[in-house]
Structure formats: structure tokens, C-alpha cells
Ligand binder design. Structure first.
Ligand code: SF4
Length: 263
């Protein structure tokens, strides 16, 4: 990774089509978001591998290291005991495929490392899924909600998580009254009794034993709105802190792209 001196250094490597697939209104805005750390370069699906290698920030994403890591995890599927894994983490085996419910939809992987799902598979989802299959303990959630900051190993990455996940998701919630309806209808989230005195709280399940709660506070009494994301206190038994980072951030990108598509 190289640290650019300003946003223009990044901008000159972009397509400049202003297609908005990255969730920003223009390539210039996207360059600014990458420069401040609010977005990774990989959030633009149109950058080439050389540009990713220049500006990407590491494992789990789609830079060279991330691709190698992702490939290795897929290779580990060849020797994975799917029957044991299904029992451990709450999935089922169908032929040569281990299937879990991911965001309410069937999401399967076969021993050759291929995914079988209607969801778009990228490393933000694929890496946590495979980590969970291989190493998740299957600990049942306790519904004790904690910030990503309080997940063991999460504190160092929290500022980045906050900018890329919570701040961007709040911006979507502020501008789209339908965001929470989309969460419920598209991703099988469940509205729950308001937590932490929030105005809206919904819980969605990345995997059967890995829920995430999103809480939103409306603006009132001169205070700006706010949004926080919480994981169950057992989450770290089921997937590592880095995977929880990618799930939260990757899901936010997915919502941004959906919001753009629906105007
Ligand atoms: S995805 Fe964003 S940065 Fe990439 S070409 Fe489209 S507008 Fe530009």
C-alpha cells in the first residue's frame, strides 16, 4: 500500500465516469473518501488490479494478499467435514454442499470452494463465511450487545469501522426513510424492542449464530441523529474480529449500492 499525498493522486487512477456504483456521487468524491479512509479503493468495482495494489489496505479485501488469503480458505474446504461443521454452526448438508442461512438466504459452499447462492459473493462476505465454517464454535448468542470497539481485537480497528460502517450507514438512514424497511424485507432483519433508548432497533443474522443489531436515534432537540452497530458478546467465539469488521463494512457497501439503484 502507498499513502497518497492528496485525493487527486487517487482520482487520476479512476475511470471518471461518475457511475456511482461505489456509493459516492462522483469519482472525485470517491477519491476523497479513499483519501480520508472512509472507503477502501476496492469499493470502486472499476479500478484495475494495479490501482488496487497501489492503494489497498490489506488482508481480506481484494488486493493481492486478500486474494491469496481468500483462495487458501477456499482450498481448505476440500478437507472440511461438512457434516461436523453443519452440526457445529447450525447449517445443513445438501449433496456436496454445506448450506447456511446468510441474511435470510441460502448460502452454500462445496468442497471445491465454489459458492452457491443468490447473494453477491465478495471477500467481505466470503472470507468471514469460510472462517466461520472452519473455526466457528457455534456458541449460541446471549443477546448481550456490545460495540465492535469492545470485541477482543476490535479496539485498534474501531475508528476505521466507525467511519466505514456506522457513519456511512447513518448517512443512508438519514437520507432514506425506507432503509430499515429494506433491512427487514430484503435481508430478513427483525425489528426488536428499542435498545439503548434508540428510536429504531433491528437485528439481522449474517450467520445463524452471528447476529448484528443496528440502532438509530432520530435527530431531536438540536442533536444530530446517530447510528450504532452492535454484535452479540459471543460473536468472537463464532468468527474472528477481522471478519466482524468485514461483515459490517461490506454490508454497508451493499446497502449503499442498493440505495443508489433505487434512487
Ligand atoms: S464506482 Fe465510483 S469511483 Fe468508480 S468509476 Fe464509478 S463513480 Fe467513479
Amino acid at each position: 500500500m502507498s499513502r497518497p499525498k492528496n485525493a487527486m493522486e487517487i482520482f487520476k487512477h479512476l475511470e471518471k465516469s461518475n457511475c456511482r456504483e461505489c456509493g459516492e456521487k462522483s469519482c472525485l468524491a470517491f477519491a476523497g473518501a479513499v483519501f480520508t479512509g472512509a472507503k477502501p479503493i476496492e469499493a470502486c468495482p472499476r479500478v484495475d488490479e494495479a490501482t488496487k495494489a497501489l492503494f489497498n489496505c490489506g488482508a481480506g479485501e481484494t488486493g493481492d494478499n486478500g486474494d491469496i488469503f481468500f483462495s487458501r480458505l477456499k482450498e481448505e474446504m476440500a478437507s472440511c467435514d461438512f457434516a461436523e461443521a453443519a452440526q457445529r454452526i447450525g447449517g445443513r448438508v445438501s449433496g456436496d454442499t454445506l448450506v447456511l442461512k446468510v441474511l435470510g438466504k441460502d448460502f452454500g459452499v462445496s468442497h471445491d470452494g465454489h459458492f452457491h447462492t443468490d447473494l453477491h459473493v465478495n471477500p467481505y462476505l466470503g472470507v468471514p463465511f469460510l472462517n466461520h465454517v472452519l473455526r466457528g464454535k457455534g456458541t449460541q448468542p446471549k443477546e448481550e450487545w456490545i460495540s465492535y470497539r469492545d470485541i477482543p481485537g476490535g479496539r485498534e480497528q474501531y475508528n476505521l469501522f466507525h467511519r466505514r460502517c456506522e457513519v456511512n450507514m447513518k448517512r443512508l438512514a438519514d437520507s432514506s426513510a425506507g432503509l430499515f424497511d429494506d433491512l427487514v424485507h430484503l435481508f430478513d432483519a427483525k425489528a426488536v424492542a428499542a435498545q439503548f433508548q434508540s428510536d429504531i432497533s433491528v437485528v439481522l443474522r449474517f450467520f445463524p449464530t452471528v447476529p448484528m443489531m443496528v440502532c438509530y436515534w432520530d435527530d431531536q432537540d438540536g442533536l444530530d441523529s446517530s447510528l450504532n452497530v452492535f454484535y452479540d458478546s459471543t460473536a468472537i467465539d463464532n468468527v474472528d474480529a477481522e471478519s466482524l469488521f468485514y461483515l459490517g463494512v461490506g454490508f454497508t457497501y451493499m446497502l449503499e449500492r442498493l440505495a443508489l439503484r433505487h434512487g
